[in-house]
Write a protein that binds this ligand. Structure first.
Ligand code: FAD
Length: 401
């Protein structure tokens, strides 16, 4: 008998964990499982602010897919998904096409530009291994070339980070640790470098506890970060940004971190979406598509308590993968009853660089070293879930204090 085909698109948190869960349950014996990803490695998006700033080598954030997933049992294809044709149950890849009986979409997100002119052309983004090493190289090049410039402009080393949400703050934290090292390395006085964290909302880290936000801003300001809060950017140019009131902030490095939208393939496939995210059914299927699960940043689920969407996080993507894998097993077994996904938000911890961090775990507020250690526990826990102790030993963050 022909085995049903399960195709998983994207080997991020959602896709990798779904594949891993299916493997652990021996589903490959009853179905032909294929995992498709742009690269032959899986990277940890939640760590990318570190290689972006140059405080961690990018290889620490990635691992070969075949080192974690048994590719004799799950077929792995390294290719770029170009289109999803739901009516024909086909996925078009740049180098071929695939049929499926069940599809799991875990293609992650892309930066939200809000249509602001110049973002695509002039700003860097923190979204993949390749995009972050470009930031690190660019910043280093600016430092390396500074003392070789004939005319030294004051703004030559200025850095603008647009967006003081989770990603922006974590990146600024790393950057504020890295800049003094770069100044030392390239003979540059620290005062020649300005780091601006610019946020349109009335607060940094919108949605975070006020005490934690104040703590984070104090730590970062003490390292020389300048906050411009309640300050929308209306345009990005090659040499800086223009604020809504017309003020220009000159900078040679602009990093855009104002949030994300679901992968553009979602809208292209014809799914009804809000900012590229599909409001999935409680069992994680796309409405009207009994054979398609959408997980991670491409999925939108509502937090009933506040009647607003949950922010897209790795925490949710990983938990959704568990439900998705269970529901695929139920469908293969011919069951109609599928599990409803219920997020179990254990907490949120944002690193601020070095040994500093802030977090809310349960109802407990964490600051400084204890928050930073908790962040490492969270990072290592994921590695443990994916590849057990060996993966933690190989890729984990073991220097807690
Ligand atoms: P991803 O993990 O992004 O994976 C998507 C995969 O799809 C990638 O491997 C990509 O290469 C692949 N792909 C994309 N397009 C294609 C294509 N066309 N063809 C083939 N493959 C493709 N969340 C938390 O819970 N806690 C945190 O502390 C946290 N910190 C963060 C810090 C930073 C700097 C950033 C940027 C994000 C952070 N997040 C955090 C959010 C979290 O990283 C995302 O919510 C999570 O990565 C979403 O998982 P995913 O599986 O949907 O997508």
């Amino acid at each position: 008998i022909k085995k049903p085909k399960i195709v998983i698109l994207g080997a991020g948190y959602g896709g990798m964990m779904t594949a891993s869960r299916l493997l652990k349950a021996n589903v490959h014996q009853d179905a032909e499982i294929t995992l498709v990803n742009k690269h032959n490695y899986h990277y940890q998006t939640t760590w990318l602010h570190e290689p972006a700033a140059g405080t961690l080598h990018h290889d620490r954030t990635r691992m070969r897919i075949d080192s974690v997933i048994d590719t004799k049992k799950i077929h792995f294809i390294k290719d770029i998904v170009a289109e999803i044709k739901t009516e024909e149950k086909k996925v078009i890849l740049e180098g071929g096409e695939l049929d499926y009986d069940y599809l799991v979409i875990g293609l992650g997100s892309v930066p939200e530009t809000f249509g602001i002119p110049g973002v695509e052309e002039h700003a860097f983004s923190i979204r993949s291994v390749n995009s972050v090493r470009l930031i690190r190289e660019h910043v280093e090049y600016k430092f390396a070339s500074y003392n070789n410039e004939e005319e030294k402009h004051d703004e030559y080393l200025n850095i603008v980070v647009a967006g003081a949400g989770f990603t922006g703050i974590e990146f600024v934290g790393e950057l504020s640790e890295r800049i003094p090292e770069l100044c030392e390395e390239y003979d540059i006085p620290r005062e020649k470098v300005n780091i601006y964290s610019i946020e349109a909302a009335p607060t940094a880290l919108p949605g975070f506890d006020e005490d934690l936000v104040t703590y984070a801003m104090n730590v970062l300001e003490s390292r020389g970060v300048e906050f411009l809060i309640n300050t929308p950017i209306k345009e990005v140019k090659e040499d800086g940004v223009t604020l809504a009131d017309g003020t220009e902030i000159k900078a040679s490095t602009i990093v855009w971190t104002t949030g994300v939208r679901g992968n553009s393939l979602i809208e292209k496939a014809g799914f009804e979406a809000m900012r590229g995210r599909v409001k999935v059914e409680s069992n994680l299927r796309a409405p009207g598509h009994d054979n398609i699960f959408i997980i991670g940043d491409c999925a939108l689920i509502i937090n009933e308590e506040v009647n607003r969407p949950y922010p897209p996080t790795a925490q949710i993507a990983i938990q959704q993968a568990y439900t998705c894998a269970d529901n695929l097993r139920a469908l293969l077994a011919g069951k109609d009853e599928l599990k409803a996904f219920k997020p179990d938000i254990k907490g949120t911890v944002a690193s601020l660089g070095g040994k500093e961090a802030i977090g809310l775990v349960g109802s407990k507020k964490l600051y400084g070293v204890s928050a930073s250690a908790m962040k490492k526990v969270i990072d290592n826990r994921y590695l443990y879930l994916l590849g057990g102790v060996p993966l933690v030993m190989k890729k984990g963050k073991l220097n807690f204090f």
